[in-house]
Ligand binder design. Structure first.
Ligand SMILES: CC(C)(COP(=O)(O)OP(=O)(O)OC[C@H]1O[C@@H](n2cnc3c(N)ncnc32)[C@H](O)[C@@H]1OP(=O)(O)O)[C@@H](O)C(=O)NCCC(=O)NCCS
Length: 152
C-alpha cells in the first residue's frame, strides 16, 4: 500500500474510490473543480495500481476542513483512513491550521469511531444536513480537533 499526495490529475482515481463509499458519488469533474479552489489538497492510497483510499481537505483561515474521505470496501479496517487522516492533519498543522472540522452523518458509526479515535470531539449538530432522497434527511454531527496540542 502506498500513500501519496493527490492532484487534479488523479481526479478519476479519487472519483473511483469516492463512488465506493458514497451515494451519490462525486465525479472526476467535481474533484477537478475542488482542486481549483484555495487551500485544497488530497491524498490517495493505492494497493499496487488500484486506488484504495482517498481524502480531500481544505485549509483556509487557520482551519482545516475534511471535504471527503473514503476507503474501498475491500481495503477497510487495515488502517488506510487513519493513515490518510494522520498525513492530512500533519499537513494542516504545517500549514498553520489550529483546528480541524468535519461533518459526519449521525448514523455513520464507522466514521464516527475513526474520528473519535483520532481525537475529534462532537461540537454540534446540523439537523437534516444530508439529503437521502426518498429515505429523507439525515442529521450531521459536527466534530472538531484542536491542532495546537499533541499530534494524534
Ligand atoms: C469510514 C472509513 C473511511 C474508514 O476507513 P478504514 O480504512 O476502514 O478505517 P481504518 O482501518 O483506518 O480504521 C481506523 C479506526 O477507525 C475505527 N473504525 C473504522 N471502521 C470501523 C468500523 N466499521 N467499526 C468500528 N470502528 C471502526 C476503529 O477505531 C479503527 O481502528 P481499529 O481498526 O484499530 O479498531 C470507511 O469505512 C469508508 O470509506 N466508509 C464509507 C465512506 C465514509 O463514511 N466516509 C467518511 C464520511 S465522514
Amino acid at each position: 500500500m502506498t500513500l501519496s499526495w493527490a492532484t487534479a490529475g488523479d481526479a478519476e482515481a479519487l472519483a473511483q474510490v469516492h463512488a465506493a463509499g458514497f451515494d451519490p458519488p462525486w465525479d472526476a469533474a467535481a474533484f477537478r473543480d475542488l482542486f481549483a479552489g484555495p487551500g485544497v489538497f488530497g491524498l490517495l492510497a493505492r494497493d499496487g495500481d488500484r486506488p484504495a483510499g482517498m481524502g480531500l481537505f481544505r485549509v483556509v483561515a487557520g482551519e482545516m476542513e475534511v471535504l471527503t474521505l473514503a476507503v474501498d470496501p475491500a481495503a477497510r479496517r487495515q488502517g488506510l483512513a487513519r493513515a490518510v487522516m494522520t498525513a492530512a492533519l500533519g499537513a494542516a498543522r504545517a500549514a498553520g491550521a489550529e483546528a480541524a472540522f468535519l461533518e459526519v452523518a449521525a448514523d455513520n458509526a464507522p466514521a464516527a469511531a475513526l474520528y473519535a479515535a483520532l481525537g475529534f470531539r462532537r461540537e454540534g449538530l446540523r439537523r437534516g444536513y444530508y439529503d437521502r432522497g426518498p429515505a429523507g434527511r439525515m442529521d450531521a454531527v459536527v466534530m472538531r480537533l484542536d491542532l495546537t496540542s499533541r499530534a494524534p
